[in-house]
Design a protein around this ligand. Structure first.
Ligand code: NDP
Length: 296
C-alpha cells in the first residue's frame, strides 16, 4: 500500500483526493481549514493530520493542490512545514496550476534534501475530478514522473510528460489562456449578435456545428450562460492567475503575443470588477455590462 499525503482539499483537490481514499493507498490529508479535512475523512479511509509536517511524515508520495505556487512554496518552511516532515527519497507532486519559475525553485530546495519534485497541474474541471478522468501535465525527470504515475492514475485518464520541471505548469497556463480567449471572444460575438437581434440559442446551434466552436460555445455557454446558472466551480481569480502566467512566460521569452497580453489585461479587469468569489465564466457578465446587452 503506497503511503500518500494530500494537502489542499479545495474545489478540485477534494474530489481528486477522494479517489485515493481506497484500500490501495494509506492516505493522510491536511487542509488549512481543518473542518474540511474532518468532513473528508468522515467518509472513510483517510486520517486527518494536524499540520503539513505531520501529514507528510512517512509519506512516499505527497500531493499538493493549492491556489498558486506561492502557497506551495510558503508551505515548505517552519516547524510545521513540509520540509520538517518529509523524508529523503520522498516525492512531492504539485497539482497546483503553478508558475514554472517558482516550481523550479521549489524543486531545487527539495533536491538538496534528496526529495524529488514533479509539477502536475490538471485539467478537466471538478466534474473530471469527480469522475477520475482528469488530464495531468507533468514536468520533471523521467524517473520522478514514472514514480508519480500510479498515484496520478487514481484520478486521471491521461498523464502527459511535458518536459523538465516547470513544463507542466507552462502547458497548463497556455491551455487556460486559450480557455480565457474562447470565453471572452464567444461573449463578444454573442453580445454583438444579441444587439443585432439574433437569438443566442439559435446562434449557438450554428456555432457549435461550425468552425468557430470551442469548449466555451459547446459546453460552458449552453450550460452556464444561457441558463444564467453560473455555478461556482473554478474561481475567476484562478483563471486570472493562469492567464497572467502564460502572458509572463511569453514576455520573458520575448515572443510577441498581443492577444495573450490583452487577454491577461481583460481577465485582471474582470477579476477586479467581480471579486474573488466569482466563477471564471462570470467574466461574460463584464462583456455584457460593457455592451449594455445580456446574451439571453
Ligand atoms: P480552491 O480555492 O477551491 O481551494 C484552494 C485550496 O487551497 C483549499 O484547500 C484552501 O484551503 C487551500 N489554501 C488556500 N490558501 C492557502 C494557504 N495560504 N495555505 C494553505 N492552504 C491554502 O481552489 P481549487 O481547488 O479550485 O484550485 C486548486 C488549484 O487547482 C489551483 O491552482 C487551480 O488553478 C487548479 N485547478 C482548478 C480547477 C477547478 O475546476 N476548480 C481545474 C483545474 C485546475 P481552505 O479550505 O482553508 O481555504
Amino acid at each position: 500500500m503506497t503511503r500518500v499525503a494530500f494537502l489542499g482539499l479545495g474545489a478540485i483537490g477534494a474530489p481528486m483526493a477522494r479517489h485515493l481514499a481506497t484500500d490501495r493507498f494509506d492516505l493522510a490529508v491536511w487542509n488549512r481549514t481543518p473542518e474540511k479535512a474532518l468532513a473528508f475523512a468522515s467518509r472513510g479511509r483517510a486520517r486527518v493530520a494536524a499540520t503539513p509536517a505531520e501529514a507528510v511524515e512517512e509519506a512516499e508520495v505527497v500531493i499538493t493542490c493549492l491556489p498558486t505556487s506561492r502557497e506551495v512554496a510558503a508551505l515548505l518552511d517552519g516547524p510545521d512545514g513540509l520540509l520538517a516532515g518529509l523524508s529523503s527519497g520522498a516525492l512531492l507532486v504539485d497539482c497546483t496550476s503553478g508558475d514554472p519559475g517558482t516550481s523550479r525553485r521549489i524543486a531545487e530546495r527539495l533536491a538538496e534534501r534528496q526529495i524529488d519534485f514533479v509539477d502536475a497541474p490538471v485539467s478537466g474541471g471538478t466534474s473530471g475530478a469527480e469522475k477520475g478522468t482528469l488530464t495531468v501535465m507533468c514536468g520533471g525527470s523521467d524517473a520522478a514522473v514514472d514514480r508519480a504515475r500510479p498515484v496520478l492514475e487514481a484520478f486521471a485518464e491521461r498523464i502527459v510528460h511535458c518536459g523538465g520541471v516547470g513544463a507542466g505548469d507552462a502547458v497548463k497556463a497556455v491551455n487556460n489562456a486559450l480557455l480565457a480567449v474562447h470565453i471572452w471572444s464567444a461573449a463578444e460575438g454573442l453580445v454583438a449578435l444579441a444587439s443585432a437581434g439574433v437569438d443566442a440559442v439559435v446562434a449557438l446551434v450554428v456555432i457549435t456545428a461550425s468552425s468557430g466552436r470551442s469548449n466555451a460555445s459547446m459546453n460552458l455557454f449552453p450550460e452556464r450562460v444561457l441558463t444564467r446558472a453560473f455555478p461556482r466551480t473554478f474561481r475567476l481569480s484562478l483563471l486570472d492567475k493562469d492567464v497572467a502566467i502564460a502572458a509572463d512566460l511569453a514576455r520573458a521569452a520575448r515572443v510577441p503575443t498581443p492577444v495573450l497580453q490583452l487577454t491577461a489585461e481583460l481577465f485582471r479587469a474582470a477579476h477586479h470588477a467581480l471579486g474573488d468569489g466569482a466563477d471564471h465564466v462570470e467574466a461574460v457578465k463584464v462583456v455584457e455590462q460593457w455592451a449594455g446587452v445580456e446574451i439571453v
